[in-house]
Each structure stands twice: as structure tokens, then as C-alpha cells.
Unconditional design. Structure first.
Length: 643
């Protein structure tokens, strides 16, 4: 004889009870992850355990005749209440985990309470009026409100799925997939339970719990192996929750000073051991709630002190510990130093991404200006950092959307009496920030590497312009394109340049690359030298930009294959203000002519400047006297006017 439905249910329920017990043991045995959603996970487990236990109890009591049908139905009402509660808690968990820390969260909260109220009213009146589901020994019958009762579960399932889909960007894709699959799996289990009247749902939920534990709450995902502290991933979830609650809290960030020297001097093992000790010490400091590792030698400690003086005092205590030696198995008395930076939230940062930006910026500033000391983020100028970030965003957006503009400023040849070339100058018009000067955004793009994509876009745009306007048939022999040393530091960057020229069928003689004298270029690296050599071998000429402005180095002129020297506009202007500057300019031009360079004067703004420069031997002029940098179409009109 086969097993009865009751026996099947008993087996599944007992397995569920074992699963949940094991998971609760793990939960209490492991280090607690400081995430709100992790507490939901525990609740989820407890309710599943209780539902399975209630269901088992109801079955056993009914089978043994200890309760009659009404008694059985009353116990089963508790069971269905537990099931509704599990669905509600699961939906709440999803909202918590997907970081719905905005107005939506409150709406969803009331909505969940409402659903719970409806289901509870149906569940607890059902044993007496049979309006919801009516349980009998081996099955269910739907009551008058059975369809509504079923619909409420469907609404919860749809809500949870919608939250996952809508907020999927807040979490890694595979985690969103796990959450969605767990919902689908639970729905399948629910269907099977309805069809076969075997208690599969709790069992299904316990499997969902297992997979959540493995893929989402596995402590290994949140704990740093080296220090056994919580890692950056955990920190993200933690702070997103803290910011969502809109309560004040403070952060003390520590960055070890010159830690690589500790590693070098005492060995990496000792270095690791010391980092573990620092982490352990921070956890033990009175007033600190939780400590995270942030990067290899940085720590982020969160405390509930609200007063800046208290935070400073706490930092003093921590710094005080660094005035005493640290010990390891092989070495005794190692002195270490740390720079500390204190943040008050939400004053210094009101969300996680701005906190990370502020922390990175403030700690690097603190290391530069107050190494080994305590800095207060609020006293630093974080606004500069924020505006840099805004500009960075604008540049990134413009590159992604292909919205960077390239303008052209004509360069006049005195000898030929035509515009024989032009300089390509990038322009950025952001919808929020308006026009941003390249003087502002180029250095930012250089800092974060965006200059590579920006430079490619500009060169592409110039090549397209040359091809589309058939510049080879005009007086304009070549276009000068600014290139940052950062671009030239890319190994084999010359290949990219050649590839772009070939893509647009542009002859190398139609492009000239301007390189500015900077500290980076003095004693330049092999990579830069190779790129420059290959570019010149290919037939592209080079200009030395802003000559005289910065790191004027004769070595430069003597050893780099420049074709054109562009004299910086400030040197030009100064020559008309200051007698000595006038003489230096004159002799500089003589020297450059003797070396057979083409000389371009930048920033020519007046007729007087133009005439004097021509008299002292400068053949090429660029400046507002002739034209500002203008759009491609405008530029074509300007050059045709002279021609
Ligand atoms: P730069 O290469 O020295 O460019 C010359 C700058 O002087 C341009 O400023 C130009 O508009 C300005 N200028 C030209 N003639 C006059 C004049 O008569 N009077 C005055 N007051 N200014 C004049 P802009 O366009 O603001 O560019 C600033 C700098 O940004 C450039 O200096 C260059 O270093 C950088 N830059 C511009 N476009 C690019 C680019 O596509 N790539 C890279 N890497 N840097 C670029
Ligand atoms: Mg230039
Ligand atoms: Mg220049």
C-alpha cells in the first residue's frame, strides 16, 4: 500500500523542520552580518519552521483523534496565517534587500499590512463560516472568498517580482536571478500543493532559504579573509540601510601610512598580522559599532557619536594606540602610523556613492596635508571634489552619447597669406552644467583616464571633418590635434592613431599632433618615446604646444622630433607688457628659426601684436585677432573668405 497524502505531508514537513533548524543553528553560530535584510532572513526561517510545525501538529492531532474537524480547522487557520505571513515577510525582505529606501518603501509597507489584515480576517473566520479555504483531512475546499484569498497571494508574488525587476540595477545580476527563481520555485510549489493537497509549500520555502543562504547571505561573501572584518560589499549594504533611515551617525576612517614599507621591512606575513591586530583593536574600542576593511590597508569604523567633539575624542583614543608599538610573533615593537579622517553623516555625505567619493578624496587629502593626524572631512573643501565629480559625469555622458563637439581655430600663414592650418579644440556643452571649459575638464579627464576615449573621439571627429570637407583641396594643409601625455603613455597607442587615420582615409601629412610640455614628459618613458617615434615614422608631424609656459627644457627641443613650436599665449602677451620679456621672445624666435622650426604664436589678439610678431620672424599666427575657435561649418566659411 502506498503512502497517504498525510504521510507525504508529514515527511515534507519534518524535512522542512530539520532544514530550518540547521539554518537557524548556522545563523546563530556565524558572525552576524550587519545587514537589515539578514534579520529578515532569520525571521523568514522562523516563520517557515513554525508553519511546518503547526501543519504537522494539526495532522497528528487530527489523525489521532485528539481534535475534531473544527479544532483541526482552527489549528490550520494558524498554519495559513503563517503562510501569508511568510509571503509578506518575503516581500518585505525583497524590498529591504533591493534598497527601496525611498517613499515607495513606506507605501509598500502599508500595502503589506493591508494584505496581511485581509488574509488574516479570512483565515481566522474560515473555521466558522468557511469563506476562505476549508480544510479537511486530506485536502481543501475553496469557500466563497477562496478566489480573493488566492488573489492576495498572487498580488504579493507579483509585487515581489516587480520590485526585483524594477530595482535590479541595485544588486548584481546573478543575485536578482536567484531571487526571481526563488519566487518562481515557490509558485510552482504552491501550485503542486493546491493540486495534490500535499504540504509542499513550507518545504519549498525552506529550499528557497537554503539557496538564499548560499548565494546571498553566505558570510564568506561579506567577510574579509585577511582581517576577518566585514568587507566592502557588506559595507555597501550596511550604509545603504543606514542612509535610508535618515539618522545621524559618524564614521572614523583610518588609512595606514606607508604600509608598503612595513610589508617590505618585516615581510608580508607580519604586515598581514599587523592589519589583523589593527582590525581587532578597532572592534574592541568602546563606542565603535562595526568595523569594515576598505582596500588593503584602510579601515572604516562606524560609531553612534553625534557630537563632533566626541568623534574627535574617540579618534584621539585610536591615534593614541598608534603611539605605542605593535607586536608580532617574529618582531617586537613595530611602530605604525595612521591617518584618520572623520565624517558626520548625513552632513558630509547623504548617500553611499557620495560617501565613497568623499572618503576617497578626503583620506587622500588627509594623507597629503595631515599625515599621521586627525582630519575632519567637514573642514576640507569637499565642494571642489563634488564639482570635479559632476564634470567627470558630464564628460562621461558626452562621450557615451557622442555629444562632444570639436571646434576649429584657424592658423594664419603670414608668408602665404592664407589659413594654412587649424587647431582642433574640444568643446563640451552639458545640459545641466552648460558650457565647460577644456581648461577645466581636460585635467579631470586626464586624472581618471577618460582622456583616452575623449582623445579618440576628437581625432575621429577631425579625420571625418578632413574627409567630408575635402580639406586637401583647400588652403588648409593639416589640422593640429592636442594629445595628452596620458594618451601617449598607453602602450602601442600609435596603433590606435594610425587605425583612425586609415579608417577615414586621411593622409598622415594632414594631421599634426600637439604635445604640451609638462612634468610628465620630461625624461619621458620608453612607452612615450616609442609612441612618438612610430607616429612620426608614419608621417604625422608634431608640435610642441605652449612653449615657454612650464617646464621649458632645451633637452626637449634638442631630442624630440618636433616640427612646429607653438609659443604660449602668456609669453606672447608678456612680451608686449614687459621689455625684458620682449627681448627674450625676440631671441627665442631667432633661435627657433635658426633651428628651422615652424613657429606659431598663440593668443594673437591685436593688429599690433600680429605686425610685431611677423617683423621678428614668426610666420604663423593663431588668435582671436583672426578668429576664435568655431564650429566646422563656420570654419569652412572663415577660410574661404580669405581664399
Ligand atoms: P591649447 O592647446 O594651448 O589651446 C589654445 C587655447 O588658447 C584654446 O583654449 C584657445 O581657445 C585659446 N586661445 C586661442 N587664441 C586665443 C586668444 O587670442 N586669446 C585668448 N584669450 N585665448 C586664445 P581652449 O579651447 O579653452 O583650450 C584650452 C586647453 O585645453 C588647450 O590649450 C589644450 O591644452 C586643451 N585642449 C583643448 N582641446 C583639447 C583636446 O581635444 N585634447 C586635449 N588633450 N586637450 C585639449
Ligand atoms: Mg594646443
Ligand atoms: Mg597652446
Amino acid at each position: 500500500m502506498g503512502l497517504e497524502m498525510f504521510e507525504f505531508s508529514l515527511i515534507f514537513n519534518l524535512t522542512t523542520i530539520v532544514n530550518c533548524t540547521l539554518m537557524m543553528l548556522w545563523y546563530f553560530h556565524q558572525k552576524k552580518i550587519p545587514l537589515k535584510s539578514y534579520i529578515f532572513f532569520l525571521r523568514f526561517n522562523i516563520y517557515i519552521f513554525m508553519a511546518a510545525a503547526t501543519n504537522t501538529l494539526a495532522g497528528i492531532l487530527f489523525k489521532t483523534g485528539a481534535v475534531d474537524e473544527v479544532g483541526y480547522n482552527i489549528i490550520m487557520a494558524f498554519y495559513s496565517f503563517m503562510i501569508s505571513f511568510i509571503l509578506v515577510v518575503y516581500t518585505a525582505f525583497i524590498c529591504e534587500y533591493m534598497n527601496m529606501y525611498d517613499k515607495d518603501k513606506l507605501t509598500i509597507k502599508y500595502f503589506l499590512y493591508f494584505i496581511l489584515l485581509c488574509t488574516t480576517s479570512i483565515e481566522f473566520t474560515t473555521p466558522f463560516n468557511k469563506i476562505g479555504y476549508y480544510f479537511y483531512e486530506d485536502g481543501y475546499t475553496a469557500g466563497k472568498l477562496g478566489a480573493l484569498y488566492f488573489m492576495l497571494s498572487v498580488v504579493l508574488v507579483v509585487t515581489a517580482s516587480a520590485v526585483i525587476i524594477l530595482k535590479r540595477k541595485n544588486i548584481p545580476a546573478f543575485k536578482a536571478f536567484i531571487l526571481l527563481s526563488s519566487i518562481v520555485f515557490s509558485v510552482v510549489m504552491m501550485m503542486l500543493q493546491l493540486k495534490y493537497s500535499v504540504s509542499l509549500l513550507c518545504f519549498g520555502f525552506s529550499i528557497v532559504c537554503l539557496s538564499l543562504y548560499n548565494y546571498i547571505f553566505n558570510p564568506a561573501l561579506y567577510i574579509d579573509n585577511l582581517t576577518n572584518l566585514f568587507n566592502k560589499e557588506c559595507m555597501r549594504g550596511y550604509f545603504e540601510y543606514r542612509f535610508g533611515r535618515n539618522k545621524q551617525f559618524a564614521i572614523i576612517m583610518l588609512a595606514m601610512d606607508d604600509f608598503k614599507y612595513i610589508n617590505k621591512t618585516y615581510g608580508v606575513d607580519t604586515g598581514d598580522n599587523l592589519l589583523r591586530q589593527v582590525g581587532h583593536y578597532l572592534k574592541s574600542v568602546d563606542g565603535i559599532d562595526v568595523v569594515f576593511t576598505y582596500g588593503s590597508d584602510k579601515f572604516v569604523a562606524v560609531c553612534n557619536k553625534k557630537n563632533i567633539d566626541d568623534i574627535k575624542n574617540l579618534s584621539e583614543v585610536i591615534l593614541g594606540r598608534f603611539r605605542h608599538p605593535w607586536y608580532s610573533e617574529s618582531y617586537s615593537g613595530i611602530m605604525m602610523s595612521t591617518s584618520i579622517c572623520c565624517f558626520e553623516c548625513p552632513k558630509d555625505a547623504s548617500n553611499y556613492s557620495s560617501l565613497i567619493e568623499s572618503m576617497d578624496y578626503a583620506i587622500s587629502m588627509a594623507k597629503k596635508t595631515n599625515k599621521g593626524g586627525i582630519s575632519i572631512a567637514h573642514d576640507m573643501d569637499l565642494t571642489k571634489m563634488r564639482s570635479e565629480k559632476e564634470i567627470e559625469k558630464a564628460v562621461r555622458l558626452a562621450i557615451d552619447r557622442d555629444e562632444l563637439l570639436v571646434y576649429y581655430q584657424p592658423i594664419f600663414s603670414v608668408e602665404k597669406n592664407v589659413y594654412n592650418s587649424a587647431e582642433a579644440l574640444v568643446r563640451l556643452n552639458d545640459e545641466k552644467l552648460g558650457w565647460i571649459s577644456p581648461e577645466e575638464f581636460i585635467p579631470i579627464a586626464e586624472k581618471n583616464g577618460l582622456i583616452i576615449a575623449l582623445g579618440d573621439t576628437v581625432l575621429r571627429s577631425v579625420c571625418k571633418f578632413i574627409r567630408d570637407n575635402r580639406l586637401s583641396e583647400s588652403s588648409v594643409e593639416y589640422i593640429e590635434v592636442n594629445m595628452s601625455p596620458v594618451q601617449l603613455q598607453q602602450p602601442e597607442y600609435y596603433k590606435k592613431v594610425i587605425e583612425i587615420l586609415e579608417e577615414y582615409n586621411v593622409d598622415p601629412s594632414q594631421i599634426n599632433i600637439e604635445i604640451t610640455e609638462t612634468a610628465n614628459m620630461v625624461g619621458s618613458s620608453d612607452i612615450i618615446n616609442e609612441n612618438i617615434k612610430k607616429i612620426v615614422d608614419y608621417g604625422i608631424t608634431l608640435s610642441l604646444d605652449d612653449y615657454g609656459s612650464g617646464y621649458s627644457n632645451l633637452d626637449y627641443i634638442n631630442h624630440m622630433p618636433f616640427h612646429i613650436i607653438k609659443i604660449d599665449k602668456f609669453i606672447i602677451w608678456d612680451a608686449f607688457q614687459n621689455n625684458k620679456a620682449g627681448i627674450t621672445l625676440e631671441y627665442t624666435i631667432k633661435m627657433l628659426n635658426a633651428l628651422q622650426y615652424m613657429i606659431v604664436a598663440e593668443g594673437v589678439e591685436t593688429k599690433e601684436q600680429k605686425e610685431h610678431l611677423a617683423n621678428i620672424g614668426c610666420q604663423y599666427m593663431q588668435g582671436w585677432y583672426y578668429s576664435k575657435a568655431v564650429s566646422g561649418d563656420e570654419f569652412m566659411k572663415v577660410i574661404n573668405k580669405v581664399a
